[in-house]
Design a protein around this ligand. Sequence first.
Ligand SMILES: Cc1cc2nc3c(=O)[nH]c(=O)nc-3n(C[C@H](O)[C@H](O)[C@H](O)COP(=O)(O)O)c2cc1C
Length: 365
Amino acid sequence: MDIQRFEDRKKHHIQSSLDSKNQAIGLSGFDQIELVHDALPDLNFEEVSLEINSLGKTRNTPFFVAGMTAGHPDAFSMNRTLAERAAARGWWMGVGSQRRQLERNSDLVDQWKELRRSVPELVLISNLGISQLILSDLDQVKGIVDSIHANAIVIHLNALQEVIQEEGTPQFRGGWTALEKLVKKMSIPVLVKETGCGFSKRTLRRLQEMGVSAVDVSGLGGTHWGRIEGDRTTSHSLKSASETFKNWGISTYDSLLHAMEVLTGSQTEYWASGGIRTGLDAAKALVLGAKGVGFAQPALEKALLGAEELELWMERIEYELKVALFCTGCKNIVELRTQFPVKGMEEGIEWDLSPIKISKTDLSY
Ligand SMILES: Cc1cc2nc3c(=O)[nH]c(=O)nc-3n(C[C@H](O)[C@H](O)[C@H](O)COP(=O)(O)O)c2cc1C
């Protein structure tokens, strides 16, 4: 791999994701769902709790920072800011693709070790792309997990990005077999995520049958990799493909509806990311059954402004979610699900709220 080119690409990704034209604004689908106001909630605001169970652990909040690039030297301070704030507020954090570590880059390993030492309590999730997973052996994958003492690993799927990226690796044949092997052999939870294009019912069904612990649907509505790669490329045909596919993907809302239908009651939980921009969006994802709610670009934007800005933004998001719970008359997320205060569906729906049984629950490393 040409390291300089790789690092330049990662830097460009950060800049480009901050440009609003590369955000699929208005396409998340959350406008289609409206929560119903309760004029007299029978509770005090201080009683509202954001507690949720996920991967066998009780958490104070459902929030997480979704995995973002770690592939260049400047990313280290950004990741440190994110990790420290996430740890302080009980958010979980996915790291960006650890692809470069597969090439035994010892600088990166040392950086991660240092970062991990400063936030031992943080739930950290390793990250690798499907095309790298296919080419790696299990020991390599275990190596990247061990380097950050990860509590879980997520494999990211990014078909659209790989085909629009000049240096892309759209070689996905063997992906299902590689995933199945990983799920069988890893002693920590294996998760699967998209990167902004969402999931169909068919793909979710197959992932559930395979026994993945969770799927982060990461649907259309936020950062759009077809647009970002089109922005970078000098190839005429890739630029036009990017234009043609600029709204490609399954919205986060539709992906959650698919997950709700396919995964409810199963051992595979689902998380929401992709265009989640407010605590109200988060409430809508949670009412649809998500067990985690993640942000990539907004967290990045604030982290680049500094720890204080990031902290204020995290506080704002948590506060907004509490407002949504209070104003729907729900004191916690379980009530939000059982009461199902969704316009047009006020009678409530049947939820299987028994704790999901995960076979590999050891998130403590
Ligand atoms: C700068 C940047 C880098 C990213 N790098 C990765 C990555 O390395 N691995 C991954 O799984 N997802 C990566 N993502 C995708 C996010 O995890 C997320 O799925 C997607 O951005 C949608 O969320 P958002 O709309 O909140 O940004 C990246 C996102 C951004 C903005």
